[in-house]
Design a protein around this ligand. Structure first.
Ligand code: NDP
Ligand code: 8X3
Length: 251
């Protein structure tokens, strides 16, 4: 691993992945919209490891912003060989006939279009060098649908299709493509889903042990540690108390 590029590193999985991979003393680009938090993560990593970090603040829903940020990277960070497409979000849990169109736009623009924009901008160098590894954050929602999950699940089904599409496109260049598909994990995810309602978000994780961001970072580290001839196509991980979207709250 030479340079790793992680989207959505201001919180949750992305932050845990950045802090974990930084122990390997690599070069790292981390992104997000929350500038203070992004710079704080970068500073803490640089103070505690040998990893050099470039924080890039941009909204992945905006192709021109993605392009400007990625083209601004100094030469020493341009040789990205690991791309972690993690930034994403869910908005509300409403049936289609009641949902807010803006919530749909944000999910589709972030989870599908943003992931595609960043991949379009980063992957040509991997193709040129004939090596690289792209890790997409899918979800159990890439495979199942739950009440009110309609559009979020559709975006994560799209990530599943795009992961397979990318693996097909990049096969002849030796670029690995992996999807990591977690179930319920307590991060800022549900707070964002419920537009800042922390009480409602906390209820999602009551009565059982959810997975935590570090569990995802551990999987990323393992996936990246496989030898050149092995590509883990997908890893699905859930809390032990969850199966097919159903959560067992009986202790
Ligand atoms: P968090 O809300 O904790 O983190 C999401 C990250 O994505 C933040 O760093 C946020 O940064 C970034 N992000 C969101 N929108 C944008 C945007 N428009 N432009 C740039 N960055 C953006 O959630 P998680 O860590 O839990 O989620 C990470 C990924 O994992 C998502 O794709 C999610 O769908 C997926 N996932 C989550 C699960 C869970 O249960 N938590 C389970 C399965 C998958 P900022 O706000 O600073 O821009
Ligand atoms: C996030 C997990 O199923 O709780 O992808 O919405 S879920």
């Amino acid at each position: 691993m030479n340079t790793v590029f992680i989207t959505g590193a201001t919180s949750g999985f992305g932050e845990a992945i950045a802090r974990t991979l930084a122990k390997q003393n690599v070069k790292m680009v981390i992104t997000g919209r929350t500038k203070d938090k992004l710079f704080q993560v970068a500073k803490e990593i640089e103070e505690t490891t040998q990893t050099k970090v470039l924080p890039l603040v941009f909204d992945i829903q905006d192709y021109n912003a993605c392009k400007a940020a990625i083209e601004s990277m100094p030469a020493e960070f341009q040789d990205v060989d690991v791309l972690i497409n993690n930034a994403g979000l869910s908005q509300e849990l409403q049936p289609v006939h009641e949902a807010d169109i803006d919530d749909w736009e944000r999910m589709i623009n972030t989870n599908i279009k943003g992931l595609l924009y960043v991949t379009r901008l980063i992957s040509p160098k991997m193709v040129e060098k004939k090596c690289g590894h792209i890790i997409n954050l899918g979800s159990t929602a890439s495979h199942e649908i739950y009440y009110g999950g309609n559009v979020y699940c559709a975006t994560k089904h799209a990530v599943n299709a795009l992961t397979k599409g990318m693996r097909t496109d990049f096969l002849k260049y030796g670029i690995k493509v992996t999807m990591i598909s977690p179930g319920a994990c307590e991060t800022n995810f549900s707070v964002v889903r419920f537009h800042g309602d922390k009480e409602r978000a906390a209820k999602v994780y009551e009565g059982y042990d959810p997975i935590v961001a570090q569990d995802i970072a551990d999987v990323v580290e393992f996936v990246l540690s496989r030898p050149a001839h092995v590509c883990l196509n997908e890893v699905i991980l859930t809390p032990t108390a969850q199966f097919n979207g159903v959560i067992n709250r009986e202790k």
